[in-house]
Structure formats: C-alpha cells, structure tokens
Design a protein around this ligand. Structure first.
Ligand code: ZN
Length: 96
C-alpha cells in the first residue's frame, strides 16, 4: 500500500492509502465529496539524515561525472567478522 496525496479546492490536502500504481488522477474528497486532484510532492525529505542526503547527492552527481581516482585506497588491517561460537547442534554437523 502506498500513500498518495490529493488536494481539494475547498478543504485542502489529504492523504489516501491505495495499492501501488492504482492511484487515480482524481478522487472524491472525504469531507465534501468534491473532485480532488492528485498532488506530487517530495517524499519525506525532512526525515532523511544529513549524511545520507549528502551521500545520495554525491551518488547522483557521480552518475554522469564520476570521481577520478589518482591512488589506490589505503590498505590496513582489516577487522574480521567475529564468528559465533558453535552451538552443540552445529558441532554435530559434518565438517569439510
Ligand atoms: Zn473537499
């Protein structure tokens, strides 16, 4: 289900939840039953963390203008992913 936004000339904006891709261009206003037109707005931009917004902006910019790399990335000691201790059930499984 997706939330779509509509605007009634008398009552203002309201949201309608419909299955994805099934939103009509016009829908009846829940208050006055008048015809309301669909409104397209930016989804939840205020709730995106600043670092994520910067990363998304950078990703979009590098689609057509990629960053030029002049050196190899630094290599260092990589942290290994900790391995969970085997449970008694897993210990009984055959080993390669
Ligand atoms: Zn209305």
């Amino acid at each position: 289900m997706t939330t779509y936004e509509y605007r009634c000339e008398q009552d203002g904006r309201f949201d309608v939840t419909l299955p994805l891709g099934s939103a009509p261009q016009r829908i009846a206003c829940p208050v006055c039953s008048g015809q309301s037109t669909r409104v397209f707005s930016a989804p939840m931009l205020k709730s995106v963390p600043r670092a994520l917004a910067a990363a998304l902006d950078h990703e979009e910019k590098t689609r057509t203008d990629p960053d030029v790399v002049t050196s190899l990335p630094r290599t260092g000691v990589r942290k290994r992913t900790p391995v969970l201790p085997l449970t008694p059930t897993l210990r009984r499984l055959p080993r390669p």
